[in-house]
Write a protein that binds this ligand. Structure first.
Ligand code: DGL
Length: 265
């Protein structure tokens, strides 16, 4: 049996493409529908009510495309909105928190884990609560909202002085804390992982989208929901797709020219 329905993935913008990259690697025969809410990014500086409203609309858009699973490939949605919206749809919804927490709890040697994310993610305290429940000794969290803009604007080269400077400002406290593991709690952040790593040598970085994509692949296989033909990805955005298309390759890890369809949600 083959389940040819697409997998739905959404994010506030480009960051969720990191999950698409990983899903395509693990599940090359799955069709994927991606929605990036580029007209309303960033989510991380908005109130929980607004984030929940946007996330519900994003999921609804994907649900109408008869998807077999929805992945909220956004740290902000996963921490702030997922619990409120996941029962509204008759498909399984994944966020990016639980698998990242499990991976960090496994990776840490000294029990000290750090989390970076948007303001909304850090204020939610969700990563912290789950890490402590998973046996982590201490958690230090730091909001890094400018990273989202830097990534969306393409300031991602390893030697970019501006991003390096922002990194130093945001991450010095984490460096001093002695945390040996860092969760990149926003799906935009893996794009600047090498800059973060250069500032925090020896710290294990956890990419939530990557961990979650592996879980999605297992879930589909365990439930007989994999597809044996397909492999295409359709992209939808809520603002002009030109800059999305221009930057998508950085997230997808290739030079593919993609077409982003504009939708009103
Ligand atoms: N990718 C979103 C996240 O993981 C980006 C942040 C935002 O929209 O502020 O949180």
């Amino acid at each position: 049996m083959s389940d040819k329905r697409p997998i739905g993935v959404f994010d506030s913008g480009l960051g969720g493409l990191c999950a698409v990259k990983e899903l395509r690697r693990l599940l090359p025969k799955e069709d994927i529908i991606y929605f990036g809410d580029t007209g309303r990014v960033p989510y991380g500086s908005k109130s929980p009510q607004t984030i929940i409203k946007y996330a519900r609309q994003d999921a609804e858009f994907l649900y109408k495309h008869n998807v077999k699973l929805i992945l909220a490939a956004c740290g902000t949605v996963s921490t702030v909105a997922l619990d409120d919206i996941k029962n509204d749809f008759e498909v399984t919804m994944f966020g990016v928190v639980d698998d990242a927490v499990a991976a960090a709890a496994k990776a840490t040697k000294n029990g000290n884990v750090a989390v970076i994310g948007t303001n909304a993610t850090v204020e939610s305290g969700v990563f912290e609560k789950k890490l402590l429940a998973a046996g982590t000794k201490s958690v230090i969290s730091c909001a890094c909202p400018l990273f989202v803009q830097l990534v969306e604007c393409g300031f991602t080269n390893r030697d970019n002085e501006i991003t390096k400077g922002v990194c130093k400002t945001y991450l010095s406290q984490i460096k001093e804390s002695g945390a040996d593991t860092l969760i990149l709690g926003c799906t935009h952040f893996p794009i600047i992982a090498d800059i973060i790593s250069d500032f925090l040598p020896g710290v294990t970085l956890i990419d939530p989208a990557k961990e979650t994509a592996a879980h999605v692949a297992k879930h589909l296989s365990k439930n007989g929901m994999t597809s044996d033909e397909g492999g295409g990805t359709e992209y939808y955005v809520s603002d002009d797709g030109t800059s999305f298309s221009a930057s998508a390759g950085v997230f997808l890890g290739n030079s593919e020219k993609i077409k982003a369809n504009l939708v009103n949600i």
